[in-house]
Ligand binder design. Structure first.
Ligand SMILES: [Zn+2]
Length: 411
């Protein structure tokens, strides 16, 4: 039995390696694939036949002959299949039809309407049902990939803790999988973003990488030695709950002075409103017209870049608080790059400059000199690329890590 199991595992692994080689280097010939991966021509030929039959690869064009007839070239076909990407945030649910290169075909955004707990889960199922029914065509759906804030156990498919959406120990993956009879993935949102930077962004070669999100909450996704570090139950990277003031503001987690209460967008927006209410002069007040009672992160960044005193002061404070968290991360993980994500970080070079300065002052020099603090490379569709990456890297092992290559040779 064990031998059959081993053989099947080797075949699947080889198939993944061959598919990844075609995706990365195609158009490519069968013999080149064999040479690149030190696999036998027969192994490559049978795996390629399967990949063509399943619609993942197609034959197109011919290569240069090395003596005999010109070889037929193979290329990746990302559009015969699709996946459904889902991102659940506090205010909206985004659902998209995405191809196998993480490119979006159709995207819809729905407000969460203040729904929480079981009502929210039922609402999600209903939205997915409407969306999925409309997508059904000749293409095959490879699965559904859901990302959400909070503590998520991706192995068991459980949302352990999301205090705003009132989700506690919810078996979200099973609910969706059973409803649609489609393989389903569930992951923490920031973990998904760091995976996306690693697989589809500019950080593919970086071994130790951290992504910090500053949005409705504050979280970190950590890649150590090319592998996502999830922790025992999915809670690794809860940076927002690092206490930076023992006597500080009470947090929803029960602790006091958590970073999230100082730099998340709701916390920053509230600070701005308080300053406006006590009569502080600022161009940010101009955005509050026509009964609009909130300021968008992009408006705040606009005010920072226009030299507004209040905006610059709050931006500086944000960098200061954030630097405490970043210094922890630098000392704990010694990363090569730290990526900042979230609307408040977009087009905000002053935030990066302040943060860089503060981290330089506070972190151990020997560790700091290796770190670059930088912006996301995923563009405005980072949420959906993130959701797609969770499924694609797991199902197809796109962009194999060095560990997987070692596994291949040791079997
Ligand atoms: Zn907390």
């Amino acid at each position: 039995m064990k031998r059959t199991g081993d053989l099947k595992l080797i075949q699947e692994l080889n198939r993944s390696i061959i598919l990844e080689t075609i995706r990365k280097y195609g158009p490519i010939s069968r013999s080149e694939i064999a040479k690149k991966n030190e696999l036998s021509p027969t192994t490559v030929a049978s795996a390629v036949t399967e990949l063509i039959n399943d619609g993942y690869v197609n034959e197109g064009g011919t290569g240069i002959s090395s003596g005999g007839r010109r070889p037929i070239l193979l290329q990746f076909s990302p559009d015969n299949h699709y996946l459904i990407g889902v991102s659940i945030s506090y205010s909206k649910i985004t659902i998209a039809d995405i191809n196998l290169e993480a490119e979006i075909n159709i995207k819809k955004i729905y407000p969460t309407k203040g729904y929480t707990g079981a009502v929210l889960v039922n609402y999600l199922l209903q939205l997915l049902e409407d969306f999925y029914t409309k997508q059904q065509d000749h293409r095959q759906c490879v699965g559904i990939s859901i990302i959400i804030q909070g503590i998520v156990d991706s192995k068991k498919g459980i949302v352990h803790y999301n205090p705003v959406l009132l989700l506690e120990d919810v078996y979200l993956r099973d609910s969706v999988e059973q409803h649609f009879q489609l393989p389903t993935w569930l992951e923490n949102d920031t973990n998904a973003y760091v995976l996306a930077e690693k697989h589809f962004g500019h950080f593919q070669e970086v071994e130790n990488l951290i992504y910090i999100t500053i949005g409705e909450g504050v979280g970190a996704g950590v890649i150590v030695n090319h592998t996502l570090s999830r922790g025992e139950s999915g809670g690794a990277g809860e940076l927002g709950h690092t206490s930076i003031d023992w006597n500080g503001k009470p947090c929803s987690c029960g602790n006091k002075g958590c970073l999230e209460n100082y730099i998340s967008w709701p916390a920053t927006a509230q600070k701005i409103m308080e300053e406006i209410e006590i009569g502080r002069e600022t161009m940010l007040a101009d955005y509050l017209t026509n009964h609009k009672t909130f300021i968008a992160p992009s408006e705040f960044v606009e005010a920072v870049n226009a030299g507004d005193d209040l905006a610059i002061e709050i931006n500086h404070q944000m960098a200061e608080y954030l630097s405490a968290g970043v210094v922890h991360l630098v000392h704990l993980f010694n990363p090569e790059a730290i990526i900042l994500g979230g609307d408040v970080t977009n087009q905000n070079p002053i935030l990066y400059a302040c943060l860089q300065d503060m981290v330089e002052q506070r972190a151990l020099k020997a560790l700091y000199k290796d770190v670059s603090i930088t912006s996301s490379s995923l563009g405005k569709e980072f949420e959906m690329v993130g959701a797609a990456s969770v499924l694609l890297q797991d199902k197809f092992q796109f962009k194999l890590t060095h560990d997987s290559n070692r596994l291949k040779t040791s079997l």
